[in-house]
Design a protein around this ligand. Structure first.
Ligand code: AMP
Length: 190
């Protein structure tokens, strides 16, 4: 079983690369952002999540951890999972380790896509044209997402470094080139 965390700031290419990795290695792809966006928009949970995500803030840990665990439970017999956009806080990283332990498994590697801030802003601005996401459209919200990443999510890198599971990957270049780098990292470590 291979369990991969794909890690990196907003706009780093986590979703794009997760779809490719999922196909190549036969994994389930779980994106907590996608799960939040797929909730029935009339439900209390969706409204609550949207009240945070529309501003570029993180949804509280207890809600996010619950939703992640129920998503994993939908795929009991898989060869492994790509966690995309989760964990985003140390508390989430700890909760994920605990949860996987109860299933007799663990995170194999955390692949971190490294992209400079200017490039992130440019990519998110361009993505807004097609994504229809309100959190991609407004430069102030984009900046908040980057700041939230730096303050709350970047420290998760140390969590995986301490476990010798962190692999930094250059996230600049063509989608194919970056994918090749990620595949090399998986094959070398998994
Ligand atoms: P994403 O699609 O990964 O960019 O996520 C979109 C939004 O969903 C984020 O800006 C957060 O508001 C929320 N979200 C997604 N994943 C998480 C997470 N692991 N923890 C907290 N909030 C999250």
């Amino acid at each position: 079983m291979i369990n991969i965390v794909i890690f990196g700031p907003p706009g780093a290419g986590k979703g794009t690369q997760s779809i490719r990795l999922k196909e190549k290695f036969g994994l389930v792809h779980i994106s907590t952002g996608d799960v939040f966006r797929a909730l029935d928009p009339e439900s209390d949970l969706a409204k609550l999540a949207k009240s945070y995500s529309d501003k570029g803030n993180l949804v509280p840990d207890d809600i996010t951890i619950n939703i992640l665990e129920s998503e994993v439970a939908k795929h009991p017999n898989e060869d492994g999972v790509i966690y995309d956009g989760f964990p985003r806080t140390e508390a989430q990283a700890e909760a994920l380790d605990k949860f996987l332990k109860t299933k007799g498994t663990s995170i194999t590697i955390a692949l971190a896509l490294e992209v400079k801030e200017d490039e992130l802003r440019e990519r998110l601005k361009n993505r807004a044209i097609d994504s229809g996401r309100p959190d991609d459209a407004d430069p102030a919200i984009i900046q908040n997402r980057i700041d939230v990443y730096k303050q709350q999510t970047a420290p998760v890198a140390d969590y995986y470094k301490a476990q010798n599971k962190y692999i930094g990957v250059n996230g600049i270049g063509s989608i194919e080139d970056i994918f090749e780098r990620l595949c090399d990292a998986v094959q070398a470590h998994a």
